[in-house]
Design a protein around this ligand. Structure first.
Ligand code: C2E
Ligand code: MG
Ligand code: MG
Length: 448
């Protein structure tokens, strides 16, 4: 830790760490004293903190930040400096002789452990951007910026850790630009959001979930697309986290629910001989924070469209605010007649505890758990089979139906069918398609 003059630098009140500004001064001082500097910087984001923040109130949110800070201090006693860069972002500066991989292991291990506050187990996940002086920087503070750019990159690519590379600078610019565009599209147009939507910047695509036992289409999952006027299609993996951060997810989410229900009713009409498929709607954890709004939107969508509520599946993902209230809210949704699915099981966000404790009808097994089954040249096919089989058995023993996501090839389909999986979603049947193509897809669909 900085010993000289550190006491005179301004500290963050809550954590006692340096502020961004004082970190900059400390690093400048280091450069002035030493000329050359050899450092590694971790930019650490305690992700999903936004959810904690609004779900449990600012009092608890501060407690979480203070607890994280305490753990960071304990974890890195020999760090050159630790700063709270802003909100839930920390910067940890190491001398070059600290082992980067060891420190990273500590950090990732720490992120697995829940924080207990006022009887709530709060699960946080951590993302890290890393920069070190193997790439040349003019000032040590540039290194902090570089680590933050790497952090942005890991957000964009949905990875936990990224090491800074020079070509990320352009990407970072694009991401900032995108965030701005989204603000302009949604926030400044907030009163006119519906107009922006009818301008077709947002669109729902649909991907079939096939019941391979009966050979019918079980459901279509609604997947949001943003047709950016200049950039073309932007992936929801990029803009949904942004929409959550800038507090527009609920508004957007409400449009998604209404649109998806209206679309699903129209498939029923063109499909009289067959049982019309259900519609699966992704609901962000953020929408659960304004549960009354979510609930009344669902109610209104059902009333407006006349959809049978049994035909609606609500897909939920990991919830940092997983608690009794989540369970109660899901019960209310089920009392409306809708079904509930836990999405992305196996990604580290959805835990076995949720599978046991939430009132679920379906669990969607993430592609990462079954991907290896598709690989004919897999070095350890037995391991891949065991893994998939045990997850399917777990769901079956809890009487939750499984849907396997992300099957791309007929070979993979056969493999999961052999393990008893029946409900399958993936490119093997179709990529997500525009709403206008769904009816034709239903009429032409034939398994095998
Ligand atoms: P998800 O809900 O798990 O959706 C499945 C994702 O896997 C989709 O990506 C889909 O295109 C992709 N996928 C499906 N089959 C395959 C396959 O065989 N191979 C591969 N490699 N990928 C496959 P997409 O549409 O990019 O959506 C990404 C994520 O964004 C979704 O993951 C969901 O978490 C989120 N998302 C999308 N639309 C919405 C929405 O309307 N609301 C909310 N809250 N989140 C949404
Ligand atoms: Mg989904
Ligand atoms: Mg999924």
């Amino acid at each position: 830790m900085l010993d000289r003059d550190v006491d005179t630098l301004q500290k963050d009140e809550l954590t006692g760490f340096l502020t961004r500004h004082s970190l900059q001064s400390a690093l400048q001082q280091l450069a002035d004293d030493n000329g050359a500097f050899k450092l590694t910087v971790f930019a650490v984001e305690v992700s999903r903190f936004g959810v904690v923040n609004s779900s449990v109130g600012p009092g608890i949110a501060d407690k979480v930040i203070a607890t994280v800070a305490k753990r960071l201090r304990k974890m890195f006693p020999t760090a050159f400096a630790i700063a709270r860069l802003h909100g839930d972002h920390f910067g940890v500066v190491f001398n070059h002789d600290n082992s980067v991989s060891e420190n990273l292991d500590h950090l990732l291990d720490f992120s697995q452990r829940p924080i207990a506050i006022r009887g709530e187990a709060i699960v946080l996940s951590v993302r890290v951007g890393i920069a070190d002086t193997q790439i040349e920087f003019e000032t040590p503070y540039d290194l902090v910026n570089a680590a933050e750019i790497a952090l942005l990159h890991s957000k964009k690519t949905m990875t936990k850790v990224s090491h800074f590379e020079k070509n990320m600078i352009n990407d970072a610019r694009t991401l900032h630009q995108l965030e701005n565009d989204l603000r302009i599209s949604l926030v400044t147009k907030a009163p006119e959001l519906h107009k922006a939507i009818s301008n077709s910047e947002f669109e729902l695509f649909y991907q079939p979930i096939v019941d391979t036992k009966t050979g019918t289409i079980h459901a279509f999952e609604a997947l949001l697309r943003w047709n950016h006027p200049k950039r073309g299609m932007v992936s929801p993996a990029v803009f949904i986290p942004l929409a959550e951060q800038i507090h527009v997810m609920s508004v957007l989410g409400n449009w998604i629910i209404r649109r998806a229900c209206a679309d699903a009713v129209s498939w029923g009409k063109s499909n009289v001989e067959n049982i019309p498929p259900s519609v699966s709607i992704n609901v962000s954890p953020i929408q659960f924070l304004e549960f009354d709004l979510l609930y009344s939107t669902l109610n209104a969508a059902i009333a407006e469209t006349g959809i049978s509520p049994q035909k609606i599946k609500i897909e939920i993902t990991e919830s940092a605010n997983f608690s009794t209230s989540m369970r109660d809210n899901l019960r209310k949704i089920k009392n409306l007649g809708c079904q509930v699915a836990l999405d992305d099981f196996g990604t580290g966000y959805s835990s076995i505890a949720q599978l046991v404790q939430l009132p679920l009808d379906y669990v969607k097994i993430d592609r990462s758990l079954v991907q290896e089954l598709e690989d004919k040249a897999s070095p350890d096919p037995a391991r891949a089979t065991k893994l998939a089989r045990s997850v399917l058995n777990l769901a079956a023993s809890l009487e939750v139906n499984s849907i396997v996501e992300g099957i791309e090839t007929p070979y993979g389909l056969n493999q999961v069918n052999l393990l008893g999986a029946e409900l399958i979603q993936g490119y093997v049947f179709s990529k997500p398609i525009p709403a206008s193509e769904v009816e034709a897809f239903i009429s032409n669909f034939k398994l095998g």
